[in-house]
Every structure is written in C-alpha cells, then in structure tokens.
Design a protein around this ligand. Structure first.
Ligand code: GLC
Length: 341
C-alpha cells in the first residue's frame, strides 16, 4: 500500500505543472467536502487517534462524488508557543497521513488554516494573546509548512487563513497580512495554488475591499456563505442566530432572489478581477428541518456551479451540519443528493 502510494506520488510529481493556472486548479477542487472534527479538535479533548480516522472514509468520499477535501486544521493548537514555534511532529505525521489518503483516492487536498487565535474566527471574542508574538508565530507556522509541503504534487493546495477576523484585522489588516504572508508561502512553492479568503470571515460583502498583489496569479479566492443566517444557524449555540427556530426554506422566488443576487455580485467581481472563486463553506445546521436543508443546499451548490465556482460543503461530520453519519457509516441521503445529484 505504502509502495503504491509512493509510486503514484512520483507519477503525479512528474506530470507537467498545470498548477500555474488557478482556473484549472479550481476545477480540480470541484465539488469538495470539509473535514472538520479531526485536526481542529481541542487538544484538551485527548490525543488524536492513530490513524486519525478510518482510511475507508476517504474512499467513501470519493465514491460519493466529491473531488477534493478541505482538511480543517488548527495548527496553532499543535505547535510550540515559543520561538521557533515548532509544529508537533506527531501531529504533522497524522495530517500527512490524511493528505496521503486523499491523494491515494484521487482527491485533491486543501490544507485549511483554521481557528488561529486573534486573527481568525475562533468562536471566542476575547483572547489573552500578545498580538505581536501571535503574528510572528503565524508567519513561523507558514515558514515550516511551506517547507514541509514543497515537494507535494499540485493537487495539494494551501489555504492562507480561515475566516479572517472582522474585529482584529478588518479589511486593511487582512490585506496587509496577505501581502506579508504570501512571500513566505512562496519561498519554496512558486507554483503552488494558494487560496485567499475575503476579509471579515470570508464574507461576500468584503470581496470589493480584497487586495491580492497583482503579481500573484496562482491564487483562488475563497468565500463562505450561510445566508439567510436565521435559517442556516437557527439554534446553533455559537451563533447570534441561535434565537431562531422552526425557520423553513421552501425555495420560493422571494427566498431565492437575495441568494441569486449575492452570487451574481461575486461572479461580477471574479470576472472583473480575473480570479477563480471557491465557495469554501456553506451548510445549514441540523436544527432546521431536513427537506429545507436539502433544498437550500442544492440551490447553493447549483448556483455556484452555474457561475463556474467550485464549492466545499461544511461538513463531513462532527460539526452539526454533518452529511455523514458515523454511527451507520453512511451519507445522509437527502443532503448527499442535494450536493451530488
Ligand atoms: C466556520 C467556523 C466553524 C463553524 C462554521 C459554521 O467554519 O470556524 O466553527 O462551525 O463556520 O458556523
């Protein structure tokens, strides 16, 4: 098995780099699934199992029709808190195992950078972090990661940061951080595709303010979509929309219009700026009724596809939006059908 993987990597590595074209890379991401609940878990909850999850789950993702996996990773919880901020080698090995499983199943991989204190959405508004040290640590983590993955095939892509903080970065702060981080990520990875989100949590409304250095051509722009929040996040404990309940989404023209309008604006921005778009997260929390969730999910996925966007559903499991049931080890049919008809 290991030998077969090594051979397949060598073959992939020998292919001419299509990686320079981010539009082609975005088509490789295609229909994706977020994998939370493994590499983003709080270390207080005990060690990550070894292997981290059943290897056959990757085959199940592939067989279900997904083309890539967004690996949700909380690097900051598995790295030293003092310089040079070394990433825990056992954690790194486990992430690499998942990357290998993806590639062996012909699934592309996005290495997502989730829940980084202060500068990305963490679910907590306050933090005791020292901002200067925190930022130095962020850059140090990328210094290590980009070196570590420098020989990976082009199907392995980097996500610069998940859901940049509205409070602590805003638009200007985010643009500055992108400009500062990109040269580090590019040291040994001149041809790797990098995903860059819009400011303020990856919101559609923040695209207009996004500044990616003009010379950076191998970037895909990532946005997230959970509108209307009172439907997708009703009862979700971490959300302001938790106050809502019994909100349906029946797919009327009135319900579709704001969504279609939102997506049209993103598509117009993409065209004007000549950047491909990856809808890196969307989903409706389990408190909503299943027919509504399925209708909304299908509508979002098709709308994105019609506009040439790739997408990643949030998420596989352990997130409250689960499309996979670990008890029965099967996909929840209405949601899977909505995603991959
Ligand atoms: C973001 C958050 C995650 C949350 C999801 C849906 O990915 O990081 O914690 O579950 O959005 O709200």
């Amino acid at each position: 098995m290991y030998l077969r993987f090594a051979v397949s990597l060598a073959v992939l590595g020998a292919l001419p780099m299509a990686a320079a074209d981010p539009f082609a890379q975005n088509r490789i991401l295609g229909r994706a699934i977020n994998l939370p609940g493994v590499f983003d878990r709080n270390p207080d909850r005990g060690p990550i199992p070894d292997p981290p999850l059943k290897p056959e789950y990757f085959r199940k993702m592939k067989d279900a029709g997904f083309q890539s996996v967004r690996l949700v990773i909380r690097w900051s919880s598995y790295a030293a808190t003092d310089a040079p901020y070394k990433i825990d080698s056992d954690f790194q090995r486990k992430v690499d195992w998942a990357v290998e499983q993806c590639l062996a199943n012909k699934l592309a991989v996005l290495l997502d950078f989730h829940y980084y204190p202060l500068i990305s959405f963490t679910g907590r508004e306050t933090s005791t972090e020292d901002p200067k040290k925190n930022r130095e640590r962020f850059l140090a983590l990328w210094t290590q990661l980009e070196d570590h993955y420098k020989n990976s095939p082009p199907q392995v892509m980097f996500g610069l940061l998940n859901e940049p903080s509205r409070q602590n970065l805003g638009t200007e702060g985010w643009n500055a951080l992108v400009a500062e981080t990109l040269p580090i990520m590019r040291r040994h990875n001149p041809d790797r595709t990098i995903l860059i989100q819009s400011a303020n949590g990856g919101g559609f409304g923040s695209l207009e303010g996004l500044k990616i250095p003009a010379a950076e051509r191998n970037a895909i722009v990532e946005v997230h979509y959970y509108s209307p929040g009172k439907f997708t996040h009703q009862q979700a404990p971490w959300s302001n929309d938790r106050i809502y309940k019994d909100i349906l989404w029946t797919g009327t023209d009135e319900e579709k219009k704001p969504i279609t309008d939102d997506f049209a604006k993103v598509a117009a921005w993409a065209k004007k700026n000549n950047r491909p778009i990856y809808l890196g997260e969307f989903g409706a929390y389990r408190a909503a009724d299943m027919p509504s969730r399925a209708r909304w999910t299908a509508f979002i996925a098709r709308t994105a596809e019609q506009l040439g966007m790739s997408w990643a559903y949030w998420g596989f499991w352990r997130c409250g939006f689960d499309v996979f049931d670990a008890q029965t080890e099967t996909f929840t049919e209405p949601l899977l059908k909505a995603l991959v008809p």
